[in-house]
Design a protein around this ligand. Structure first.
Ligand code: KIV
Ligand code: ZN
Length: 557
């Protein structure tokens, strides 16, 4: 048995009885730091070229990121070159801080400062791994040894910064694999680093707590963050940042709960690209805030551009169900969802609060169109089909015709086995209801009203018929009954003027019984009476032609 859960050990959460974070509500956006060009890039099958990095950097700036980790220059020559290019070509706006990663090793820190020479604002991000498993199995070091690496790194970072006073330096320390580190030890290392940097004396400091591997549910991570925030020295003088990975699929949730637990800053990547299952997705977290009426401080309104650039730079396609960005995320195929969306949208006015069933945000805010919302397949119902015909062709069907026609569309969808597009729906409608046989095309009509009712004369095809009735429809029905020896009963009809955008001015839909058999039809015409009479004639034509075909079929057989 290879698949044996007993191989795994449950994560031991911190015992916390004073947790406050569950009662917190996020009120404003955290400070964002985009790590696409470092963590995201390190995870790519084909790391980005300098041109791709530049393109992504420019996008991040355009979206409003003020802190951008641009690489690991001491470990990679392309990262070093990119860092130099940004600085030498003056491509970093004044209000943006570039961040670079380095291990806490003297020679790497030295090279990092070389890469950053001449930068206006920079964050030097130094890290070493502190987790139990890494201490014991990778480094074979005790706690003191690991703490010493961090403290030594902090000292060297500080001393190099002092030699380059022209730059506004921020120091960042990450106890890498924080989620696998005993909390008391993590706090001890953080305090030791801060004793070197002294954020209380004005040095800007960020302590970044990474879920390098996501090991437990997001509430456990929030407990860890709150525990650290309560425990560490100088807390009010430095920023706590979180950097979550998505191993359990909860990186966004973990970052959100961490902010509730006291984190000030969140690192992540656009669309969540990053090691293994990825980094925290900045797009999703920012849009989650936006959907709660909170300014995310990022402008994500050009979502198509964002996905285009990210795809071009990472060579990873966007999943069609990716929150907020995927092709299908604002689409409803289900009939009841379509109905609800259609009803909510029909009363929505610009400036209203957004309260639309099944749509957490207005797709137009991300450059999407309402046209994409309702799409038709075999799961869709009458509401969706009616919506598409009305939206794209100005054809408004009465409810009884919606019910009937949606079955026609459903059958087509089942036969094709996929989506039925708007053109096909319209073609089906034309074929089934609007098509006029030449022999039954109305040429003229004349209505003569008397006290008793209406005398109608119609000419269609080769025919010229007259009949009498209480109204025009009844009079023409009487004429047709007599001429074709059938009995007609009008079950329902509806006529309405059409809005702009069509050649015809009126449309009529009719459902009649001919010798007890139901037939529905519709017609477009210049006026409502012509449309109604044509619809009536077309419905009778269905019956007459069907019975002629079956008679000739019997004779031939
Ligand atoms: O995931 C991680 O721990 C990292 C650190 C270097 C911050 O990327
Ligand atoms: Zn990471």
């Amino acid at each position: 048995m290879g698949f044996d859960h007993r191989k795994y050990v449950a994560f031991q959460p911190v015992q916390k009885t004073d947790r406050r974070w569950p009662d917190q509500v996020i009120q404003h956006a955290p400070t964002w730091c985009a790590v696409d060009l470092r963590d995201g890039n390190q995870a790519l099958v084909k790391p980005m070229t300098v041109a791709q990095k530049q393109r992504l950097f420019d996008l991040l700036v355009k979206l409003g990121f003020k802190e951008i980790e641009i690489g690991f220059p001491a470990a990679s020559q392309p990262d070093f070159d990119f860092c130099r290019k940004l600085i030498e070509e003056d491509r970093v706006p004044d209000d943006v801080r570039i961040q670079v990663l380095t291990q806490a090793r003297p020679e790497l820190i030295a090279r990092t400062y070389e890469a950053l020479e001449g930068a206006r604002n920079a964050i030097v991000h130094v890290y070493n791994s502190t987790s139990t498993v890494q201490r014991e199995k990778v480094f074979r070091m005790d706690r003191e040894g690991i703490k010493e690496i961090a403290v030594n790194g902090a000292r060297i970072v500080k001393s190099y910064a002092e030699k380059q006073p022209g730059t506004n330096w921020t120091f960042q320390y990450s106890p890498e694999s924080f989620t696998g580190t005993e909390l008391d030890f993590a706090a001890e290392v953080i305090d030791a680093v801060n004793e070197v940097w002294r954020p209380d004396q004005g040095q800007p400091v960020i302590i970044n707590l990474p879920a390098t591997v996501e090991m437990a549910t997001p509430n456990v991570f929030a407990d860890q963050i709150e525990w650290i925030c309560d425990k560490v020295k100088y807390r009010e003088h430095f920023q706590i940042s979180v950097h979550t990975h998505n191993d359990r699929g909860c990186a966004v949730a973990a970052a959100e709960l961490a902010v509730m637990a006291g984190a000030d800053r969140v690192e992540g990547t656009l669309m969540g690209n990053g090691e293994r299952t990825g980094n925290m997705d900045l797009v999703t977290m920012a849009m989650n805030l936006y959907s709660q009426g909170i300014d995310p401080t990022l402008d994500l309104s050009g979502m198509a551009e964002i996905t285009d650039v990210v795809e071009a730079c990472t060579e990873i396609p966007t999943h069609p169900r990716h929150p907020y960005a995927g092709e299908l995320v604002f689409t409803a195929f289900s009939g009841s969802h379509q109905d609800a969306i259609r009803k909510c949208l029909s009363t929505y006015k610009e400036g209203d609060k957004w309260e639309i069933a099944y749509l957490p945000i207005d797709p137009r805010d991300l450059g999407r169109r309402y046209e994409e919302v309702v799409r038709i397949n075999s799961q869709s119902g009458k509401g969706g089909v009616a919506y598409v015909l009305e939206r794209d062709y100005n054809i408004a069907m009465p409810r009884w015709l919606q019910i009937e026609f949606s079955k026609v569309v459903q059958q087509a969808a089942e036969t094709e086995g996929g989506e039925v597009d708007s053109d096909t729906i319209h073609r089906l409608f034309e074929e089934k209801y609007l098509a006029v046989r030449p022999d039954w095309r109305l040429r003229t009509y004349d209505l003569h009203r008397t006290d008793e009712g209406v005398t109608a004369t119609v000419e269609f095809g080769e025919q010229r018929l007259s009949g009498e009735g209480l109204g025009a429809v009844e009079a023409v029905a009487a004429a047709v009954e007599q001429r074709f020896d059938v009995s007609l009963a009008v079950e329902a009809y509806e006529e309405f003027a059409l809005g702009e955008g069509t050649n015809a001015n009126a449309m009529a839909c009719i459902r009649i019984q001919v010798n007890g058999e139901p037939h529905s039809s519709a017609a477009l015409a210049e006026d409502t009476t012509s449309a109604t009479l044509q619809a009536l004639l077309s419905a009778v034509a269905h019956h007459v032609e069907a019975s002629q075909t079956s008679t000739s079929g019997t004779a031939t057989a």
